[in-house]
Design a protein around this ligand. Sequence first.
Ligand SMILES: [Zn+2]
Length: 214
Amino acid sequence: MVGPVLELRPLMPRKIREPAVCPCCGAVLSREKKEDGTVSSYLYCVDYYGCEAQILGRLVQWCSKKGLDIEGGGPALIEKLFRLLDIRSPDHLYTLTPQKMIDAGIGEKTAQNFCEALEKSKQCSLEQVLHGLCIPSVGEGTSDRLANHFLNMDNIRGAKLEALLKVEDIGPTTAGDILNWMVNPTSRTILAGLYNANVNMGKQNPQGIKQARR
Ligand SMILES: [Zn+2]
């Protein structure tokens, strides 16, 4: 059994002071408001699109099993792609070619495998895209409910507040976060890039990869 070593604990434990700014980018930290009006105990950095830690975290989530399940897209490769090729968002990933990656100094096999995995990921499901995008307040469950309710990304993009509130478990906070995300110019560029790359953002693939693989 592993437990705390009590004799090593200082008699007067130091109070840990909460950070005021993001240790990565220096932006202000804030707390999420929950649907019931209370405030979450988690702090988050407000520079959603500018903070490097968030950029990398979102790309890793896009590639994760619960995102688009892109093999090889772990933190190590993602960080390389960010530093060497300025890959900052999911749409950027789909502009990669094996040659671009090799020219940037990434191994040939890694480059080829990753680009193949990216190609395959275009057959994902709408829920996977929603979860992979890391829209604030939209976790796995909300991604599923949004996908089942609206059936494609265009419907979600066009949804007004009242329409979003009709989805089970979506209240004003989550709906507001979705609306804010959708009107942000960077978000719009990301979605446009994903449409351009032919990433599936509809329910026309109901028996898609997600179900088949799990
Ligand atoms: Zn930050």
